[in-house]
Design a protein around this ligand. Structure first.
Ligand code: NAG
Ligand code: NAG
Ligand code: NAG
Ligand code: NAG
Ligand code: NAG
Ligand code: NAG
Ligand code: NAG
Ligand code: NAG
Ligand code: NAG
Ligand code: NAG
Length: 536
């Protein structure tokens, strides 16, 4: 068991709170336009009963420490409103944490607030101003005010309101403010850094869906590459494992070590022709025809329009285990609902009419101002720290979009004399899918207590069990960076056997700060982090 430096030397404040945990007491510190739905105490070990009808996040948070559970409704633009949930722990660490959302989901993410409150944070989530599952964007239709809430207003407003409640509740100033989110949550974090630089001292942004106006159209585009299912070009999902095996075969060894993990897909010189069916073949279940190979090559290529303009990055080699976007009979709703309801083409829009021009329409509307810009100078100037990461086997948001963002920010800020490494670092995670998890083929060390990750290992998990330190836990790494000035060069990823924190650790390996990569030193156990180093 490692010594948990940050959690041990920063004693929990053990707040004797100044305010009662009651609706009327919390309401008394709020101004007009914010009304408390409920506020009540929970004993240690309790389950928070998610209010029925939270379509985005129906799962209860369980095994909580003693806390005050608060829900507030806040009025927003054009007669709209958004809700926020806040857990105020008895054993407060003096800090504030906001967690993010996913997809188009509307709902307070009580589940992800659970791990936050176990560190001792006063922890907040916003419902982003609507009530829906991740894959339902119909709420956006002809409601630009709801889209604006989803895009940025609800997060910022919920942060401001929650910080006020927190400081009043404990009658103490908050020492540090943090954010952690993945996917849409990653976008929300980057948006905060860009537009509301004062909100947070440290932001963790995983697999950020930051380029809304291009990512959502691409979600249609990539599906249409493999449609209709009757076309000769269609690759049936039954062939995905064959493709995955060939990619692993070629790219695993090209990165220098045969370890079932593709560490460097961006530099893998993949020869898809190895998958081509022999002309005399009678078995089409383990090889691809020429038209299918053409589709595959498109899937792995950047999206570029007829004018040669780059529109979006490609699906990464090694994502084949997570291809829901290209396995259906229609584009995923994250693509088609965006066109129908955010761009206003309506519920009857036929995805077969999709053209690259949709991107121009998306750019001209920029729904909800959701897309994140590259000027993070105000966040840097106030001393903010930004830690981003992206799974290299993410089949929902192409991994390359994060290096692209990083490079654009660098292009914007370096000429101004800003040292990027001093405030913005990002990590690629070999073998990790979208935000959490890895396939059985890879067994990659994907866990580092990033946003959304703990609930994927178990309902009462937080931090990295057995390794609760800043080397293994991204949250503690961020706190060390903000509070002690120790910037993370690497974070050690962990893979537990069967994803069970009760079982032994299968592998650990450093996740390196871009553009470095983890390389085996050539000696020692390949499953031990110490046998690896980050090199350029
Ligand atoms: C969300 O929608 C469901 C289904 O329409 C409804 O039952 C529930 O009350 C709504 N919840 C909120 C918080 O609006
Ligand atoms: C807000 O609601 C009020 C009362 O229903 C209405 O008069 C007003 O037009 C609405 N404002 C907007 C911008 O929709
Ligand atoms: C808010 O309402 C005003 C008045 O109806 C309208 O001009 C504006 O576009 C609306 N804004 C949003 C974001 O809905
Ligand atoms: C909070 O900080 C402000 C300004 O830094 C200070 O004036 C105030 O006394 C502090 N409040 C508490 C409760 O410590
Ligand atoms: C990896 O395994 C393949 C055979 O599967 C072999 O040809 C190759 O040399 C091995 N590469 C390394 C770096 O060990
Ligand atoms: C197809 O042809 C190759 C040589 O061109 C031969 O090795 C193979 O056995 C043949 N397969 C079948 C199913 O006839
Ligand atoms: C193989 O060919 C048969 C007959 O043409 C077809 O029904 C089936 O879908 C094909 N399977 C694959 C994996 O392409
Ligand atoms: C290509 O460029 C022309 C002229 O700038 C423009 O009108 C057209 O929309 C572009 N095509 C696409 C697919 O963006
Ligand atoms: C987006 O933000 C800008 C200010 O940065 C504002 O002028 C504009 O109205 C916003 N767009 C929408 C659709 O509300
Ligand atoms: C992991 O899961 C497999 C399959 O369910 C099982 O056979 C094995 O015993 C498990 N190992 C551990 C350490 O739990």
């Amino acid at each position: 068991m490692r010594v948990n430096t940050l959690l041990s030397h920063v004693a929990l404040i053990g707040a004797a709170h100044a305010l009662e945990c009651s609706l009327s007491a919390i309401q008394s510190v709020l101004s007009l336009g914010a009304s408390v739905n409920f506020a009540y105490p929970l004993d240690a070990g309790a389950t928070f009963d998610t209010p029925s009808g939270d379509l985005g996040y129906p799962t209860d948070a369980v095994g909580l420490p003693a806390l005050c559970a608060v829900s507030v409704q806040v009025q927003s633009i054009n007669n709209s409103s958004y809700g926020l949930g806040l857990f105020l722990p008895e054993n407060w660490n003096g800090r504030f944490l906001a967690v993010g959302n996913g997809g188009f989901a509307g709902g307070i993410n009580w589940l992800d607030m659970g791990p936050g409150v176990r560190y001792g944070f006063a922890t907040m989530s916003t419902d982003t101003g609507h009530n829906s599952t991740s894959f339902d964007g119909s709420w956006a239709y002809q409601h630009p005010e709801r889209v604006e809430n989803w895009g940025h207003l609800a997060m910022h407003g919920s942060v401001v309101t929650s910080k006020l409640i927190t400081a009043q509740y404990y009658e103490k100033n908050i020492t540090y403010n943090y954010y952690a989110g993945c996917s849409t949550g990653g976008r929300q974090g980057l948006k905060e850094a860009e537009r509301y630089p004062e909100d947070f001292d440290g932001i963790i942004a995983g697999a950020p869906a930051w380029w809304t106006t291009h990512l959502q159209p691409w979600t249609n585009k990539v599906a249409l590459l493999n449609l209709p299912t009757t076309a000769a070009t269609h690759i049936p999902p039954a062939l995905f494992p064959t493709i995955a095996a060939e990619v692993l075969n070629q790219c695993d060894s090209q990165d220098g070590l045969n370890d079932t993990i593709i560490s460097d897909p961006m530099n893998c010189d993949f020869n898809a022709d190895k998958l081509l069916c022999a002309s005399n073949t009678t078995d089409n279940t383990t090889c691809l025809t020429s038209p299918q190979l053409e589709t595959l090559n498109h899937i792995y290529s950047n999206w570029v329009n007829d004018n040669g303009t780059f529109l979006f990055t490609h699906m990464q080699l090694g994502t084949e285990g997570q291809w829901p976007l290209i396995s259906g009979t229609a584009p995923n709703a994250l693509g088609s609902d965006f066109v129908k309801f955010f761009l206003g083409l309506g519920p009857d829009w036929d995805f077969n009419t999709f053209t690259d021009e949709i991107v121009n329409l998306a750019e001209s509307i920029n729904p909800g101002n959701a897309t994140v810009g590259f000027d993070l100078s105000a966040f840097e100037a106030r001393g903010g720290k930004l830690l981003a990461y992206h799974g290299l086997s993410d089949g929902l948001i192409p991994t390359g979009s994060t290096p692209y963002f990083y490079d654009r920010v660098t292009g914007e800020l370096e000429p101004k004399g800003i040292d990027i490494d001093a405030f913005f670092r990002y990590f690629l995670v070999p073998g990790m899918g979208h935000c959490t998890g890895t396939t059985a083929d890879f067994n990659a060390p994907w866990y580092f207590a990033g946003p959304n990750q703990a609930p994927a290992l178990g309902p009462e998990v937080y931090s990295v069990p057995g390794f609760q330190d800043k080397e293994h836990d991204a949250m503690l790494a961020m706190m060390a960076w903000v509070e002690e000035g120790t910037a993370p060069d690497l974070i050690i990823g962990t893979k537990f056997v069967n994803e069970s924190t009760q079982a032994e650790v299968l592998r650990q390996r450093p996740l390196c700060m871009y553009p470095k990569m983890a390389v085996y030193t050539g000696t020692g156990d390949v499953n031990a982090a110490a046998s690896w180093e980050c090199t350029a």
